[in-house]
Design a protein around this ligand. Structure first.
Ligand SMILES: NC(=O)c1ccc[n+]([C@@H]2O[C@H](COP(=O)([O-])OP(=O)(O)OC[C@H]3O[C@@H](n4cnc5c(N)ncnc54)[C@H](OP(=O)(O)O)[C@@H]3O)[C@@H](O)[C@H]2O)c1
Length: 250
């Protein structure tokens, strides 16, 4: 399939995990992917794997100055963006008593301020028929110990789906979201856990997943690209759960 021939996508956090898988599939289907990441190293590593139809920008989704520079950086490569996947982010998890102001602000900066201003800054490049996809989380549906801040931040992003859809209807820009369950990415690497603790956490999570396995980043990419494609031309203001049913199966 060549659903994205001659189209451009901005994928924040495209160096790894779901963002990278989405960039790969978007390119395979004829498009050009502009990815962001936090460092030259991570961005360049991803570009090597993605090949010639990928462009990289070092941009911190939690840094307001970087967010305000994003539009001019993107305009160096294209004047039109057909899909924005607001995806960059990570989790930090702690009991309520241990959450400090830094952790609170850090997560809200990356997970809430980041997607808001990313999309805001791309709007002048987006024409009728383009689409925005926010990345939320199963953590908006299921309460889990230590997830209070992460869940609140992702719930804020969930509200952007509806509110952005409302405001952008007139411009015929479709706005949707995906809500991933537990996906096999580097998400745990930013949490401060060592590899043994990560293995232990994953071991405890698997039995709670209806399909008894983590999701693959490509399974998220499939849903993102469906939402960005013409096949989803009547889908607006929706959130697709890609979570093996964990948010509903008991
Ligand atoms: N994995 C899960 O189970 C899960 C479930 C629900 C939702 N999510 C959400 O899915 C999104 C993608 O995460 P992932 O699981 O694919 O994790 P991942 O493999 O760790 O990838 C995260 C991506 O985001 C980038 N990133 C992180 N912080 C950034 C920042 N401040 N500025 C710019 N880029 C940043 C990383 O870039 P660098 O490589 O340059 O650091 C990387 O490209 C996140 O929003 C996460 O909250 C994940």
């Amino acid at each position: 399939m060549q659903r994205f021939k001659n189209k451009f996508a901005l994928i924040t956090g495209g160096t790894n995990g779901m963002g990278f898988a989405t960039a790969q599939q978007f390119i395979n289907e004829g498009g050009t992917a502009i990815i962001t990441g936090r460092s030259k190293e991570t961005v360049n590593n991803a570009l090597k794997k993605l090949g010639g139809k990928a462009v990289g920008i070092v941009s911190n989704a939690g840094d307001f100055k970087d967010l305000m520079n994003l539009q001019s950086e993107v305009r160096k490569h294209t004047q039109t963006i057909d899909m924005v996947f607001a995806n960059a982010g990570y989790g930090k998890f702690a009991p309520i008593e241990y959450v400090d102001e830094n952790q609170f602000d850090e997560l809200f900066n990356v997970l809430v301020k980041g997607p808001f201003f990313t999309v805001q800054q791309m709007l002048s490049l987006m024409k009728e028929g383009s689409s925005v996809i926010f990345n939320t989380s199963v953590a908006t549906e299921i309460a889990m110990p230590n997830f209070s801040i992460y869940s609140a931040a992702k719930s804020a992003v969930q509200s952007f789906i509806k509110n952005f859809a409302t405001e952008l209807t007139e411009r015929r820009i479709r706005v949707n979201g995906i809500s991933p369950g537990h996906i096999k990415t580097n998400i745990f690497n930013n949490t401060g856990l060592n590899s043994e603790q990560i293995d232990e956490a994953v071991k405890n999570i698997i039995p709670t997943i209806p399909f008894k396995r983590l999701g693959e980043p490509s399974e998220i990419a499939n849903a993102v690209l469906f939402l960005a494609s013409e096949e989803a031309s009547y889908i607006h203001g929706a959130e697709i759960k890609v979570d093996a049913g964990i948010s509903v199966v008991r």
